[in-house]
Write a new protein. Structure first.
Length: 503
């Protein structure tokens, strides 16, 4: 089915009710793997970070990573889950070409955290509660690189290369209960949920949760049922979606695709699907039947995990301020609307603004520069705000130079441009480019006199009471000083010279 075969989104929602399930995998930021002492450093040579345990060699025995367990409990608590008093690992048997043991050590019917929820705020301020089924511990697989094909996928490839550095890295899989009642906003809810979950994970400090690097990825399960009915439809599972925008697009596409199949009398196949960034479409992967047997059985080489209640409560008491509560507090402190706060969140600017205020800027100035000039540059360059080569300390210094009158807004923008271009810190850029505001009253007065003399007709209008015409003379002075004059002071001098008082 192609994009052109889809029914419209509006027609799909007029006939069907979408139900979603989201499975999010989070790579923990531990120094070593989940069941062995191998390092987890990114960028190492292929297969350099392996040992007999993560390679599944005979006679090797796993040992549970204590920080991995602690991180799982923190995530469970932050998601309002119950924490198991006793749980254990299981072997999930499946053909894993990128898992040398040929099984994955995971948790099956006894997860470490279960029955929780996460409240997410949509763009219009509505809060939607997503129920959490479970959060369980497991290990990541290795990485396959398919060579010789046109698409980078296994179909058409001549051979595959396997890197086991990632095999065994700690994962937490967070699984929602069926998300019902979102209606036409289902794709928006999916995006908002993953965004809120990412912020929560980062706040806990258990992972950087960088989706573009695979540290956090989402499987989007979706089904449709006729409006007014309760029985769930057959679901599809779009695998390993790795950006917030893509989560939303994948859910939207699948709603339209399912509706097209069902409205034409077809049957939805329960299968995994691949998401394509270039056009937002999905294509079939493999059939995934409900009766698929992973032959789970308890992992015989690992003892059960039984977190002491005192430890759990200690971890609960040490949880940081969670993202939604923090945003609400900051919104009140900054005096911004819910809509503006959502824009700041969407831009990825919350932490940058906080860091800029901590470096000495007032919150209004910090928001102005990050959400104005810097957001524009990030958008032009196609990068995240945080990826721009300028620090909150440098932005705070620009704001300070403006506040003390050394720079006006135009000169501040040129200063930021220089910092982004790698010309040095703000003070260095100002010095090299000669950007300071002209503050010499004599020089400024001369420029004002020249502007008045060169624009006699405008000066007469101002003397006659048309004070708004002073803007033209201000512009002439700013041009003469290459934008390096204080426009407010220039206006004051013009009116003084012409003997005019405002008000």
């Amino acid at each position: 089915m192609t994009v052109t075969d889809l029914v419209s989104y509006e027609d799909a929602l007029a006939a069907y009710d979408p139900v979603m399930g989201l499975e999010v995998h989070v790579e923990l930021g531990t120094k070593t793997k989940m069941f062995c002492g191998c390092a987890t450093t990114l960028g190492a040579d292929a297969n350099a970070q392996t040992c007999p345990t993560c390679l599944g060699l005979p006679g090797s025995l796993p040992v549970v990573n204590a920080i991995g367990v602690e991180s799982a409990i923190k995530i469970g608590l932050a998601l309002n889950c119950s924490i198991a008093e006793w749980c254990r690992f299981a072997r999930k048997n499946y053909f894993y070409p990128d898992m040398p043991k040929n099984f994955q050590t995971s948790q099956y019917d006894e997860p470490i955290a279960f029955d929780g929820y996460l409240d997410v705020q949509l763009e219009d301020g509505e809060v939607f509660r997503v129920q959490i089924e479970r959060a369980h511990m497991e290990e990541d697989t290795g990485k396959s690189t398919h060579v010789g094909g046109a698409t980078g996928r296994i179909h058409g490839a001549s051979h595959s290369l396997l890197d086991y550095n990632r095999a065994g890295i700690p994962l937490i899989e967070i699984v929602t209960k069926p998300i019902e009642g979102a209606g036409e906003r289902a794709p928006e809810v999916a995006k908002a949920y993953v965004a809120e979950l990412r912020e929560l994970i980062k706040a806990l400090g258990v992972s950087e949760a960088r989706m573009e690097m695979g540290q956090m990825r989402c499987d989007v399960n979706l089904s449709l049922r006729p409006n007014g009915t309760e029985k769930l439809g057959t679901r599809s599972e779009t695998k390993n979606v790795n950006s917030l925008r893509s989560v939303e697009r994948a859910a939207r596409f699948e709603i339209q695709r399912h509706a097209a199949v069902l409205s034409s009398g077809g049957t939805i196949v329960q299968e995994t699907r691949h998401f394509h960034e270039e056009d937002g479409s999905t294509t079939a992967g493999r059939i995934k039947d409900n009766a698929e047997d992973y032959r789970y059985f308890p992992e015989p080489d690992l003892v059960p995990v039984a977190p002491a209640r005192e430890w759990v409560e200690e971890l609960r008491g040490a949880l940081p301020e969670l993202p939604r509560l923090r945003r609400n507090r900051l919104r009140e402190e900054w005096g911004v609307s819910a809509h503006d706060m959502q824009s700041i969140l969407n831009a990825g600017a919350v932490d940058l603004i906080v860091a800029t205020t901590e470096a000495g800027a007032d919150s209004a100035s910090a928001r102005k520069w990050w959400m104005g000039e810097l957001a524009r540059r990030a958008n032009e360059d196609g990068v995240d705000l945080a990826a721009l080569p300028i620090t909150p300390v440098q932005v705070a210094r620009v704001a300070a130079l403006v506040a003390e009158g050394s720079l006006n807004d135009k000169l501040a923008r040129q200063t930021i441009e220089g910092v982004l271009a790698g010309e040095g810190d703000p003070d260095t850029v100002v010095e090299k480019r000669g950007l300071k505001v002209v503050s010499d009253e004599g020089a400024l007065g001369s420029a004002v006199d020249e502007a008045i003399a060169g624009n006699a007709a405008i000066a007469d209008k101002i003397r006659g009471g048309k004070v708004a015409a002073a803007g033209a003379l201000v512009g002439a002075v700013m041009k003469a000083t290459r934008g390096q004059a204080d426009a407010a002071r220039v206006r004051e001098l013009i009116l003084e010279r012409l003997g005019v008082t405002e008000g």
